[in-house]
Ligand binder design. Sequence first.
Ligand SMILES: *Cc1c(COP(=O)(O)O)cnc(C)c1O
Length: 356
Amino acid sequence: MSKPGLGILEKFSAHLDFIKKDTRIISLNEGDTPLIKLDNLSNKLKTNLEIYAKFEGLNPTGSFKDRGMTAAVTQAVQEGATSIICASTGNTSASAAAYAARAGIRAYVLIPEGKIAAGKLAQAIVYGAKLIQIRGNFDDAMSMVKQIADTMPITLVNSVNPYRLQGQKTAAFELVEELGGSPDYHCLPVGNAGNISAYWMGYTEYLALGKSEKTPIMCGYQASGAAPFLKGEPIKDPETLATAIRIGNPQSWDLAVKAIKESNGHFKAHSDEKIIQAQQLLASTEGIFCEPASAISIAGLIQDIQEGFIKSGSRVVCTLTGNGLKDTDTATKFIELEPLLINADIKELAQALSNI
Ligand SMILES: *Cc1c(COP(=O)(O)O)cnc(C)c1O
């Protein structure tokens, strides 16, 4: 059983063989995120499904990346590293910067110019990372940091670092423990494809240990303009307003394909319009504000229900990967956001309230 008040490495050390008795754990008490039952949404969609959101946006830096980063940075420090590097669409840089600060080491971050949500950029800057913008996209930045990590004494903490997935698999452990078993379906966004691979690792490990009786069907969703898995090969110029999944050359390709195949799941693509609609629907029906990339879990869920891929009566978990507050610009761009302005007069207020 998990213990409260600890980070994921201490809680799940029995399933993380790189954590030794004397390991200095670099943690911000990540994990233990709420699993929220979405009955309003289920009613609105007129289904009899049990739908849950695993709100990973409530991790210390506001995304699931913290699970992987506590592991990658702990191991880097254990190996004597004094600096880490990553390419990022935003959340990895925020997380790497925070855990590096916690560890007292240096974080170098490569980001695609102009394609980072303001909140994420602010985080990396305030946490004290050394930021470098690239005139290129995430995939360009990724290929550069891989080459640097090969030739310089800097630890790469993107999800090609195997400790990232080790940390991220703990989200599946938490789900199984809280639900008393595996869900029937698991819906989540796919960008670099590390997270879907990590969840699958977690689910299959718990199955092998007899801690669950089955594994879920994995549903991996990509933005229509950034959907290499739908094309069957990497794409050159990925485009979507869900910047966290604006990736054309996923690094965990084989592991993600394996997760989909072994679970009898599927990859699906969804338009930016559907993503934004889903973000607003979730916020206004359930009071949960996630970022656009995360909302694709809900957009995909809705389509998979409509098309009958998700069978009635099932239990479904949607991972909400990041917090909506990181990217308020995208969220409000599509909403008429001109609040009514009145004088500080009680009669005007009463009038206004009866009109809106
Ligand atoms: C990183 C990220 C993703 C994509 O996860 P991958 O492991 O790269 O597939 C999705 N949503 C958010 C908010 C992210 O930060």
